[in-house]
Every structure is written in C-alpha cells, then in structure tokens.
Ligand binder design. Structure first.
Ligand code: NAP
Length: 286
C-alpha cells in the first residue's frame, strides 16, 4: 500500500479522496510567481505524488499566475479518473507579483474559464471561493454576491462542487444558504489554531476542512518542543506536524506543499506515524 492510501479517506463532494493530498502552490516559483525554480523538478513532484497514491491536488490559476495549472496539465493530463483537482478563485496577480482581490461576478467568471483552459478541463470538480479577509485570516464581510455568482456558474455546469477559503463560521453559514459547501480551506496548523471549534462543527456536518499552511507555509514551523518530540520519535518535525493534523479530526484533508520529491515522500509517510496520547499532550503545549 502506498503512503497516501494509509492516511485513510474522506468525502470531498461526491468523491472519496485520500486524506494526504498535495498543495501545488509552491511549484509556481519563488514568491508563487513564475517561472518555476526548476520546471523539470516541479513536473517530477506532481508525477511522484500521483504515483504515491495522492488523488487530491490543490491549486489556483493565480499561482504563477497560470503556471501551477499549466504544470499540472503538462505533468498529469489526461487525468486519472480518481484525481480530484481543487482550485480557487477570488484574486489576480499584478505584474509586480502583488496579490489583488478579483471578486466581481465578471472576474470570477473569467477566473473559472482561466482555470478550465489552463487545466484542460470541461468542468472543474471543486472551486473554492477565496474570501479576501485580512490576507491569511477571515473578516466578517458578506460573501453573498461572489458566492451567488459562483453558484450560477455551477448551475451552468462549469463547476461540480463549491467550497470556501479564508472564511469565518458566519460566512460559511451565509454561503450554505446559497449553495452546498463541500470544503473549507483555512489557515490552520500545530501553532495556528483559531479554527478549533469550526473544525468540530464541520466534522459534524460531514464537510471537509483543508488546512492551508499545514507546515507553516512560507516560514515552515520551528519549535523546540516540536523538534524534541520529533527527535524522540525518530521522525522529522514536518512529519510529526502532519501526523498531528491527521489525528486531529477525520474530516481534515492535508495538502502539504513542496517542490522536492524527497520532502513529498517524507510528508506522505506521516500516515505511518501514530502519535500516542502522551505525545499529543506534549504537542498541546506548543
Ligand atoms: N487558500 C489559501 O489562501 C491558501 C494559502 C496558502 C496556501 N494554500 C494552499 O495550501 C497548500 C499548502 O501550503 P504551502 O505550500 O504554502 O505551505 P506548507 O505546506 O505549510 O509548507 C510548504 C513549505 O514547507 C517546506 N516543506 C514541505 N515539506 C517539507 C519537509 N518534509 N521538510 C522540510 N520542509 C518542507 C516547503 O519547502 P520545499 O519546497 O523545500 O519542500 C515549503 O517551503 C498550498 O500548496 C496551496 O495549495 C492556500
């Protein structure tokens, strides 16, 4: 059995995916702005992920921009039936690599068509509406208008399932009044745990929770306590951080990002690491 399969599965829309997936953002290049640091390696990481049993890839057309989706298409198209590609809309990149909101109905429609074209798909399996918030945390602004626009695109058959990113519990309830929400992608990891209650609520609803920055993102997690636990277990801190997420709740779907095949395999091996109650208690103190 490959590593990704050992993590078990959870429902994402009408598909069952392995709980260890892959986040493709970092492949776009330094600053998530193309060209990739090493194009051949980026393609190799994507192919290695699929070979190891990954069947859930997270992306966006604003990574690069366009670059990450074009890499996914080059590496993996025609796509395996079991592969679920989840994308997100709501931003565009400036020529200076800046991140800018793009959340009008016209901009969201353009983004959906850009994703379809660059991924080489007729329909997008899951599209997350990425609320702007305060960059990596939600605010309480209404998302009714943009989410309604995406629901119309879903009605037109361009999107199979809708999700949300960077949202609060109130915004999720607002969106659920408009269309079904199959996943929520928010900032969460061992040391950033604002969403504890939200994860429990979504678990009860059968909605997938997909932590972004599971390893700390642009500044990967660093903690003496985590390093101590990892050393005791003979594992790397990153592997422990992912194993902790897998044990946190069954509705957590992981999308760690890496541009290295070695790191990819290390991350997928988190499924084989079972953390004892004692270790979990020590990690609680982080
Ligand atoms: N919705 C949103 O607003 C949002 C925001 C951010 C990210 N995301 C999604 O979440 C996914 C994951 O986030 P992320 O990639 O930014 O952050 P991440 O998964 O928390 O961490 C990625 C960083 O950790 C390093 N890393 C990965 N595995 C490692 C290992 N085994 N040992 C040492 N270093 C390791 C990577 O460097 P190497 O390349 O050197 O391995 C990279 O610098 C993204 O790909 C994207 O799809 C969504």
């Amino acid at each position: 059995m490959t590593h990704a399969l050992q993590a078990g599965t959870f429902q994402l829309g009408d598909r069952s995916v392995n709980r260890l997936g892959f986040g493709a953002m970092q492949l776009a290049g330094p600053g998530v702005f193309g060209p990739p640091k090493d194009r051949a390696s980026a393609l190799a990481v994507l192919r290695a992920a699929l070979a190891a049993g990954v069947n859930h890839i997270d992306t966006s057309d604003f990574y690069g921009p366009h670059v990450t989706n074009q890499l996914i298409r080059e590496a993996l198209h025609p796509y395996a039936d079991e592969l679920v590609i989840v994308t997100k809309v709501g931003a565009v990149r400036g020529a200076d690599a800046s991140w800018n909101p793009a959340q009008s109905p016209a901009e969201l429609t353009q983004a959906v068509h850009d994703n379809l074209r660059n991924l080489g798909l007729d329909v997008l399996e899951v599209v997350n509406f990425r609320a702007w918030g305060t960059l990596h945390a939600p605010d309480e602004a209404s998302i009714e208008a943009p989410f309604t626009a995406l629901a119309h695109l879903q009605d037109q058959g361009l999107i199979r399932h809708l999700g949300l990113s960077n949202v609060s519990a109130v915004q999720i309830r607002e969106a659920q009044g408009i269309a079904k929400v199959v996943c929520v992608q928010n900032h969460y990891n061992l040391t950033h745990r604002d969403d504890e209650a939200l994860i429990d609520t979504l678990e009860q609803q059968g909605v997938a929770y997909v932590p972004f920055f599971p390893l700390g993102g642009f500044t990967p997690l660093q903690s003496q306590a985590l390093s101590d636990v990892a050393a005791q277990l003979g594992a790397s801190p990153m592997r422990v951080a992912l194993a902790w997420l897998l044990q946190r709740a069954p509705n957590l779907l992981l999308i760690p990002g890496t541009s290295s095949v070695t790191h990819l395999h290390e991350n997928l091996s988190a499924a084989q690491l079972v953390l004892s109650a004692d270790v979990l208690a020590r990690l609680e103190t982080l």
